[in-house]
Design a protein around this ligand. Structure first.
Ligand SMILES: [Zn+2]
Length: 71
């Protein structure tokens, strides 16, 4: 299990919860989901190639306003 999720932009670490509330987790369809950093607004869209989720595309959209914190 994941213990947490670290933002690649600002380094903020979000403690993991079961339903990923801390990431503003959104699911668009069975294979596509989005997580976003509540600290800086950077978000990541994950799209799996298939329902095994062993590989897929990751698109990281960084926020324009960087808020460096804790690095
Ligand atoms: Zn961030």
């Amino acid at each position: 299990m994941n213990k947490g999720w670290k933002c690649t932009n600002c380094g903020h670490i979000h403690p993991a919860t079961e339903n990923l509330e801390e990431l503003s987790f959104e699911r668009f369809d069975a294979l596509t989901s989005k997580t976003s950093c509540q600290n800086c607004g950077t978000y990541t869209i994950q799209r799996a190639f298939d329902d095994r989720f062993q590989s897929g595309h990751f698109l990281i959209v960084k926020a324009r306003n960087r808020i460096r914190k804790g690095l």
